[in-house]
Design a protein around this ligand. Sequence first.
Ligand code: MG
Ligand code: MG
Length: 257
Amino acid sequence: MLYIKTNEEVELLRKSNLLVSKTLGEIAKHIRPGITTLSLDRIAETFILDNGAIPGFKGYNGFPKTLCASVNEEVVHGIPSDYVLKEGDIISIDCGVILNGYYGDSAYTFAVGEIDDNKKRLLQVTKESLEKGVQEAIAGNRVGDISFAVQSYAEEAGFSVVRELVGHGLGTKLHEAPEVPNYGRRGTGPKLEKGLVICIEPMINMGTKETIQMRDGWTVKTADGKPSAHFEYAVAIDNRKADVLSTFKYIEEVLNK
Ligand code: MG
Ligand code: MG
């Protein structure tokens, strides 16, 4: 059962997702060698609370922190800790909020200082694979059209697509139907309707697509220890073009300084 949002609900989701985008922009100001992922988490939590929202992930199925902070071979769901970021790391920051009862959810993978060319390409391709998915997120298409667009773009670049974790519907719940896999066939899966709000979130690996679950019950890593990247937008389905509720502009303003 797909939950089609009213215009009013889409506007509430836009506010929630705007706050997530701004929070990621705040985080961007602080990512550098020498900072701990726990410090980033505190900055995010304070910013979210100061803006009248509550962290969306903290307490969700028992997750202990505000951000998911996944470094290098960590794919997603890394728990902020006393790990000190170092030059050459990449870090995926996934952030969720609840504002007026509606969730925001977006992710971005950052370079820490200077990173090598392979990692640069992984970040670039993963972000572009998200854009390819967004281009298919229009009414009348099917979820598989998004999945196919992401997968084919990432695999043609020589990377692999994580299977165990997928995008999702977004609303008053963090994870609503439908699932939005980052792999699949054109013309398959649920039909996209105007007013459906989904998160598209490619998780792309430099090496094998296989992942392993860590004993902390959360952190997912690549099976071969090679790096992984993650970019996520929330989008509202519309007739001609996806209405993207997230933006990376606050991040990019900081990074382009
Ligand atoms: Mg997310
Ligand atoms: Mg998500």
